[in-house]
Design a protein around this ligand. Sequence first.
Ligand code: ARG
Length: 457
Amino acid sequence: MKLWGGRFTKETNQLVHNFNASLPFDKRLYKQDIRGSIAHVTMLANTGIISIEDKESIISGLLSIEKDIDDGKLEFTKEHEDIHSFVEAHLIERIGDAGKRLHTGRSRNDQVALDMKLYIRDEVVEMNELLKGLLKVIHRIMKENTDTFMPGFTHLQKAQPITVAHHFGAYFEMFKRDRGRLSDIYDRMNYCPLGSGALAGTTYPLDRELTASMLEFDGPTLNSMDSVSDRDYLIELLSAMSTIMMHLSRFSEEIIIWNSNEYRFVELDDSYSTGSSIMPQKKNPDIAELVRGKTGRVYGALMSMLTTMKGIPLAYNKDMQEDKELTFDAVDTTKGCIALFTGMIDTMVFNKDNMENSAKHGFTNATDAADYLVNKGVPFRDAHGIVGQLVLYCIDKNIALDDMSIEEYKNISPVFDEDIYEAISIKNCVERRVTIGAPGQEAMKKVIEINEQYLSK
Ligand code: ARG
């Protein structure tokens, strides 16, 4: 059945029908479509636009359609253009004339705007919960590893010693901000477009406040043209998801490096790794690589949406139907990646000795050796030069700063004393960093406590 056959004298060309149809992908909005229609007819009856009997028969018809779809008894057959026509056609088939009153004071333009907002709202909430689950795992790892030492890097060169808790704490902050972005999007989008009609409202005395509150919105939208053509919230969501994926991708890249034969900082669980069909020794970090790879796909969706929207005059245009496939794909991808990534790091084991050894042997304590000299009165610039000589000496002998004898130290600068060993021990290098945000145990524990409170909310 067509919703618009009246002014046409010819059948639609089959290819045109297929090209135009959105049912193959907007079928996933059936619950939202039915929920919106129930709110709409309830309001229509409440304001006296349709009778109570019609309302009741429409609602029971809609609920029977929903149940049959849930149970797999009603299939999405190809002759229907979109989910809206599909539901309406089946409603009329089931309840007759009353079904024809459902669309009073409504257009598919405000209907699809509503369906999509209802859908996205739930997805945003779910994604936020998934991120919370990820943060809980990061939090657990932080609590267990405030004294697991490792090198911190800049330029992927060993820089200064840090701890696993500190490194993971950086990602805690990122994913916490990501959750904040999702909440902001929810608050900004949470206004109900229903009642905007095709673009200019309707002549019926609709109660838009009522439908908005029935559907748990903060209120009705305030401009009907904007309501049917606003896709800003999707662009914001795609951007927020791109940022989540960017964070997951950086983290994945690190795990791939840490899991490599050269680093061996971590060991991925067998249940989160894959093998090679030819090389029996291989255990590959495919999950992390896929997360990194899928990031491009989510970025692509953001670019598609921005590009689709940039030349569209007000109000609704069919271009906007393109919002669905790419948003659905990006949402599914992002949610899947968060869940998989969470499981992967939850089961990952740290090779603590390798991490600490790596920190020792990469001169990550060189800055502390310079600070030691400064504390003994040497100007920093001179101290920097002296420690540079120490490093050269060690590289030549293939040893760490900790391995030099006190004579060797004194040969380079007489200022050095026995207390240098204490000053450059990896543990002390970390422990001296006590300001909030730094890796020292005390500072770290304060942050972990703040995170604990954040997660308990
Ligand atoms: N399938 C359409 C979409 O996703 C629904 C709105 C159709 N409106 C219209 N006037 N053809 O955008």
